[in-house]
Design a protein. Structure first.
Length: 249
């Protein structure tokens, strides 16, 4: 077994932070402020056995995944175009940076005026993901070894072969790291959009109701679900982009 995959590498931090959480719950002594881990687990189990739970989770997963994929595609296309045409880079770069710097809440409220509630998380996730993918893809394209490109031209490799053998392998690690970062951002912004626009069936809507009714154990339970989904999607993306040998790094 590889040292970086030994059970203690993930078990020890999990036990440590669980103990910290439990200790804080004991010190505070109020379930309204910090519910204990057993109470949150019991609430989570009560949610899992309901059909509504799976419907809310599936729809949220669908919305955020669509937004993530849309942001990745648009980010890569934007990077390819701005790398090819310098005038287009000068034109689009300020707009992309403005999107990156603008508070997510402002975009959510603005987009809510234009599209239906259920589509807002898709648009917001895409907007948040696009700048991250664009900048990493553009940096990856700039970092491709020029000597290798000259080698490809000297041996008359087709453009497709050049991309498949040189460009994509050179930029893939950087792009993969950006995608993993983008997944976390997509889930944060997507669920935040659901909290504000309140689709009929969504995890974010349940988070809002938990806050509204002061149901802190349910709030913690839904938050754990979001974290678990985000980490699962990130793990799948890492395997798809970098392969099994990179998984777990």
């Amino acid at each position: 077994m590889r040292p970086d995959r030994a059970p203690w590498r993930w078990l020890l931090p999990a036990v440590f932070w669980l103990a910290v959480w439990w200790l804080l719950a004991l010190i505070v002594g109020k379930e309204l402020l910090i519910p204990s881990p057993p109470l949150v687990v019991r609430t989570l189990l009560e949610l899992v056995v309901t059909g509504a739970f799976w419907r809310y989770t599936a729809l949220t997963l669908l919305r955020i995944t669509l937004g993530l994929l849309l942001g990745i595609v648009l980010g890569i296309l934007t990077a390819l175009l701005t790398n090819r045409f310098s005038w287009l880079h000068a034109l689009l770069a300020p707009a992309v940076r403005v999107v990156r710097a603008t508070p997510v809440a402002s975009f959510i409220i603005l987009v809510l005026l234009w599209v239906a509630n259920g589509r807002v998380p898709v648009v917001i996730s895409a907007l948040v993901v696009l700048p991250v993918i664009w900048e990493s893809t553009a940096a990856g394209l700039r970092s491709v070894d020029r000597d290798l490109l000259e080698f490809a031209r000297a041996y008359r490799l087709t453009r497709l072969d050049t991309w498949r053998r040189i460009v994509i392998p050179s930029m893939l690690p950087q792009l993969a790291a950006a995608v993993c970062t983008a997944i976390g951002l997509a889930w944060k912004s997507g669920v935040a959009a659901e909290v504000l626009c309140l689709p009929k069936a969504a995890v974010g809507t349940q988070v809002y109701f938990s806050k509204l009714y002061l149901d802190t154990p349910a709030l913690f339970a839904w938050t754990l679900i979001v974290v678990a989904l985000s980490l699962t999607v990130e793990r799948i993306a890492r395997r798809l982009l970098l392969g099994r040998k990179e998984d777990g790094k």
